[in-house]
Design a protein around this ligand. Structure first.
Ligand code: PEP
Ligand code: MN
Length: 340
């Protein structure tokens, strides 16, 4: 950490800070500028840095303390400088690969899911999505088919050989779901459900961690750190839009945040233009922008009949428009040196 002292600090004050550092096992380096004295502290025992930084920042002669080591150590590029790939069944996320997870918002029926699964497979998707447990804003909205939905997802995997991604909402569902799907999705509303994060960290299965719609990049990465610290580094981050003052789209897709997060972490990051835009006509432009900006993949909602969808019909693409979009995604991906 770096300790920035107040202007005009005395030698005694500096000595007191150094004494505190030595007591806690830190080495130090003092740099005296014209306006400020700065103390660099290194080599403290792991696990105590946050506490020491907080304590030092309360000293009157200290202006502020800047940590060097990221709080999300295991998922940061300090820990692993090069991007990694995460496999979901045969699908690969990260590295040069751009992968697309597509399918309906919710599993509604056998007919709906099989039709969607075959359509997204034919268009080039590498994984199938579909919610069996739906986090709906209203308790009166369709809540998903539950385990019957998971069975249908497994059936769709048998039919198409696409791996399955589905949302888990409760720590008690994790074990059962892990028996049916290939990757567990944590939705935006649960990004900071720490018990759930710990639970999926222990299950030994890839996790798609969506960004909370009111979460900063730092909070998102710390949520990922919970999963990593519980023993699971197979994490795919998913930017899905954040809440801003803008109401024209359902959420505001933060592609700048996605690009910034990619500098901080080596984990693959995909983008969900469906939930962020909320309007099917706007899904395509943002999907292309995301891939151009370096996203490692996309998550897109596709429904065979969006006008009959039980959830998120307005943002769902038809199989035909998804197929057209995939051709454009391919062109953009290749243009920016990716494989698809
Ligand atoms: C979903 O993917 O179906 C979903 C509910 O997404 P989010 O958590 O981003 O709203
Ligand atoms: Mn949805």
């Amino acid at each position: 950490m770096i300790i920035i002292m107040q202007p005009g600090v005395s030698d005694d004050d500096i000595a007191r800070v150094i004494e505190r550092l030595e007591e806690r096992g830190y080495g130090h380096h003092i740099s005296r500028g014209v306006e400020r004295t700065v103390i660099g502290a290194v080599g403290a025992p792991e696990g105590e840095k946050q506490q020491v930084a907080e304590q030092l920042s309360r000293l009157p002669m200290v202006e502020r303390v800047v940590p060097i080591l990221k709080p999300y150590k295991l998922v940061s590029r300090e820990y692993q400088p090069e991007p990694v790939t995460v496999k979901v069944g045969p699908a690969q996320f990260g590295g040069k690969q751009v992968s697309v997870i597509a399918g309906p918002c919710a599993v509604e029926s056998e007919e709906q899911l099989m039709e969607a699964a075959q359509a997204v497979k034919a268009a080039g998707a590498t994984a199938l999505r579909g919610g069996a447990y739906k986090p709906r804003t209203s308790p009166y909205s369709f809540q998903g088919l539950g385990e019957a939905g998971l069975e249908l997802l497994a059936q769709a995997r048998d039919l198409t050989a696409l791996p399955i991604v589905s949302e888990v909402m409760d720590p008690r569902q994790v074990e059962v779901m892990a028996g049916w799907v290939d990757a567990l999705q944590i939705g935006t509303r649960n990004m900071q459900n720490y018990d759930l994060l710990r639970e999926v960290g222990q299950v030994g299965m890839p996790v798609v961690l969506k960004r909370g719609f009111a979460a900063t990049i730092q909070e998102w990465l710390r949520a990922a750190e919970y999963i990593a610290a519980s023993g699971n580094l197979d994490i795919i981050l998913c930017e899905r839009g954040i809440r801003t003052f803008e109401t024209e789209t359902r959420f505001t897709l933060d592609l700048g945040g996605m690009a910034a997060a990619k500098q901080e972490t080596y984990l693959p990051i995909i983008v969900d233009p469906s939930h962020s835009m909320g309007i099917h006509r706007l899904v395509g432009p943002m999907a292309l922008a995301a891939v151009a900006a370096g996203a490692d993949g996309l998550m897109i909602e596709v429904h065979p009949h969006p006008d009959q969808a039980l959830s998120d019909g307005p943002q769902s693409l038809t199989p035909t428009s998804f197929e057209k979009l995939m051709q454009q995604v391919r062109t953009v991906a290749l243009a920016v040196g990716r494989e698809i």
